[in-house]
Structure formats: C-alpha cells, structure tokens
Design a protein around this ligand. Structure first.
Ligand code: AMP
Ligand code: GLY
Length: 424
C-alpha cells in the first residue's frame, strides 16, 4: 500500500525506518521529512497543517493510509477532516479524532476526563483572566511548590513549577492577563505538586482494545544531571529498569484500561497512540498528562524494539482488529542520545555540514533536524540526530551510542554525556 507519514523529526524517521521494513508498504511518502527520511522514502513538500494541500496530494498519489507523527495536525482535526470528506473518508488516519486530541490540546479537558473516569491524577482547579484573583486565593491554600499549566499547546514550555507563593501569583497573572503563552494561557490549570519518579507509558489503541508498548524514559533537561532548560528530550532508554510487573499491572488496571473505556463511554473516536505521563508516588502511579502521539526521542528506542510489523499494527488499528494482534518485543535494551545544535534549546544556527555519518557502525542514526543541501547533510533544527543502539543491557547500548557519536562532527555540536547514568 501507499502510505503518507506526517512530520519531520527523529520520531518520524524511526517510524519510516520501521514501516519500510513491512511487506505491506509499497511506497512511503513523508511530509515534509528530513535528510534521513529522504534516504529511505520520498519526501514531500507539503505543510502538515495544510489539510487542503494534503488532500490534493493524497488523491493525486492514491495514498491509502495517513500516519500522523506530531500533535499539531491532530489537534487541528485532521482525523475529522478525512472522515467528513466524501473523497477521503475511506482512507484511514492513524491518530485520534479532534475531540480525542483535546487530551493533549487542553489540560482542562484532560483533567475533566481523568476525574470523570476516576483515573488517579493530581488535585486541580482552573482559572481564566476573569477569575485570576480566585486563582491567587487558591494558590494560597496549597503547599509549595506550585504547578501552573497553560491550558493549550505551548510547545512543551507551558508548565511552570514555582517555589515562592508571591512569584506563583505573579506568574499566574502573567499567564492569564498578560498572555505569557499567548492564547494557550487564556486558561490556566493549577495543580497539586506530586513528588516522585516520572515515567511514561505508551499505548496503541483502535478505540476498543489496546497494546501497551515497551516502556521508555527520556531526559528532558539540556544539562548533565538533569539541569538547565527543558528541551524536547536529549536521550532515551528502553525498557525502564525500575518499572516492574507490579507497577505495570497498576498502570494497566488503574490508568490504561479506564482511559480506553473512557473513550468508548464518551464516544471519542481514537485510533492511534496515547502517551501517558505518570509520576510514581510511593509506588502509586498518578497521571500528570496525556499526549496524543508518540514521544520523541522515546520513539527512537521503542520502535526499534518492536518485532511486530508496524504497518500491520496500523492496519489492525484502522480496522478495529488490534485484539487479534500479538505484540512481539526485542528483549534487548535500546538507548538513544540526541546530538543537538550548540545553543539549543535557545538560539542556535542551522545549515552546518554534518560529517562522519558514513563511519557509524552498530548504531542507527535517526535524523531529527537535518536537510539535504547540495548533496551534503546539514543541520536544520535544534535536535539534529538521535543515535540509537541495542545492547544486552542499557549500559552496553549506551556505550555504542557514545562511541558512534565520537565519529560525528558539526560546528557547535552538543550532546548530554550522562544518558542512563541515573539508572545505574
Ligand atoms: P506536562 O507538560 O504536564 O508533562 O508537565 C511538564 C513537566 O512538569 C512534567 O514532565 C513534570 O516534570 C512536571 N509536572 C507536571 N505536573 C506536575 C505535578 N502535578 N507535580 C509535579 N511535577 C509536575
Ligand atoms: N519526549 C517528550 C515528548 O515527546 O513530549
């Protein structure tokens, strides 16, 4: 079949890498893709949120399935756009409906869903510019630190954790009244702070049944020892060694099952990934967020561990036959280290020539922010390459990733040297 994949990051290169291994995939287009996807599929210069342009392309190329990588097109309703178009409605879109995507698109929507379906989550209340003074009063009733979340999409920057009450009140005003995060902070969720270890659970669902994918942990901060600014993620490890069967059972019965049942009870069409962000408080998993897509760079360690044909899984999702599939997982560990542009996550330069890619052995390099320029692979984003390796344990895998990174070079290249160290 002919498939169109939307996105341009390491997550999409990892999806593409896996999808082209499927005998079911005859032709893969990636829009817009990067230099990595260009080497294994056909990149298409179409904006992922220009649905009319996507429609024109899909009809012209007889695309038979659309797989959505990032959240933006999902929150903007690409699933419904296809479903409601007479010429497109037969083409499956892998991703939730517009209302389902609100689990990521609106923190308040997610909180209401969690409470309604009795899924463990932090206590909260939400406020707007009209109720900002009530919000300040609410803050005064809580113990520090204070957790403020912009309701809408804010490119991963919309969550503030503040230790001082006066500062928390000021930031609440900044968000609500001065629109610190634009329209995304027109509403703010104030949440009880949870003290514990963070972990993520990835689920693929057809809206009725589900498969829990391998666990993974990412490293969010730019600096070693988890210091400095937040990034999209600087590395990842799968599986997460401290997640045991007892914890996984709690996550499944208390969180995953009621989430999928919640979709059915609420009539939410959901055929795609659910990425559940959790905090483990004294061995009790509590939800802090939903994302309606796979994580990046978690995909770069989760997908390489899937032995099952990914296109077959997507077809089963589209046909609501996921219950008939068995998920086979590689026993080995996988790690990835993100190689980033100097300055990221703040200002950085693009267009730097990347050297050493041909010297890589025993690792898979997923391109994140790259493009082809006159035959050279050049940097084209903050996160540039994800170097993924397998090992009998994560220590063996991470060693390979670092050995291969030593062969790579571009001007002001940066990466974290401590991925996995906290798990030792
Ligand atoms: P989110 O975008 O909701 O995942 O929040 C971003 C980050 O803020 C999370 O990865 C956590 O580190 C932290 N965080 C979010 N909510 C809470 C909470 N209720 N308690 C403690 N930390 C939180
Ligand atoms: N790595 C975190 C995310 O994809 O949101």
């Amino acid at each position: 079949m002919t498939i169109l994949l939307l996105g341009s990051g390491g997550r999409e290169h990892a999806f593409a890498w896996k999808m082209i291994q499927s005998p079911l995939c005859d032709k893969l287009f990636v829009a817009p893709g990067n230099a990595g996807t260009a080497a294994i599929a056909t990149n298409v210069n179409v904006s992922i949120t220009d649905f009319d342009a996507i429609k024109t392309f899909v009809l012209a190329e007889k695309v038979e399935m659309v797989v959505v990588g990032p959240e933006d097109p999902l929150v903007k309703g690409i699933y419904d756009f296809f479903l409601n178009d007479e010429k497109l409605s037969h083409i499956p879109v892998i991703g939730p409906s517009k209302i389902g995507a609100q689990l990521e698109g609106s923190k308040e929507f997610a909180k209401e869903f969690l409470i309604k379906h009795k899924i463990p989550t932090a206590a909260y209340d939400s406020f707007t510019a009209e109720t900002v003074e009530k919000g300040c009063e609410f803050l005064a009733t809580l113990q520090p630190p204070y957790v403020l979340k912009a309701d809408g999409l804010a490119a991963g920057k919309g969550v503030l954790i503040i230790y001082d009450l006066a500062e928390a009140k000021e930031e609440l005003r900044n968000m609500l009244v001065h629109q610190k995060f634009g329209a995304a902070s027109a509403k703010v969720v104030i949440e009880e702070f949870l003290d514990g270890i963070e972990l993520s659970c990835f689920v693929l669902t057809d809206g009725k049944s589900y498969k829990i994918l391998p666990t993974a942990k990412d490293y969010k901060r730019i600096g070693e020892g988890d210091t400095g600014l937040n990034t999209g993620g600087m590395g990842a490890v799968s599986p997460v060694p401290y997640v045991d069967a007892v914890l996984m059972e709690k996550i499944e019965t208390r969180i995953v099952k009621p989430t999928i049942e919640g979709f059915q009870k609420d009539g939410i069409a959901y055929k795609g990934f659910v990425f559940i962000g959790l905090i483990n408080v004294n061995n009790e998993p509590i939800v802090i967020e939903y994302n309606v897509r796979m994580g990046d760079p978690e995909t770069e360690v989760v997908v390489p561990r899937l032995k099952t044909d990914l296109v077959e899984l997507f077809l089963a999702v589209a046909n609501e036959k996921l219950d008939e599939m068995t998920l086979e997982v590689d026993e080995r560990s996988a790690t990835t280290v993100m190689v980033v542009s100097g300055g990221y996550p703040e200002n950085y330069e693009k267009g730097k020539i990347i050297s050493g890619l041909e010297k890589i052995t025993d690792s898979i390099v997923f391109h994140a922010g790259t493009k082809l320029d006159n035959g050279s692979v050049v940097t084209n984003g903050g996160r540039v390459l994800a170097v993924t390796s397998y090992g009998n344990d994560f220590q063996e895998a991470i060693k390979k990733s670092y050995q291969n990174i030593d062969k790579l070079d571009f001007d002001k290249m940066n990466f974290r040297k401590d991925i996995g160290n906290d798990l030792l």
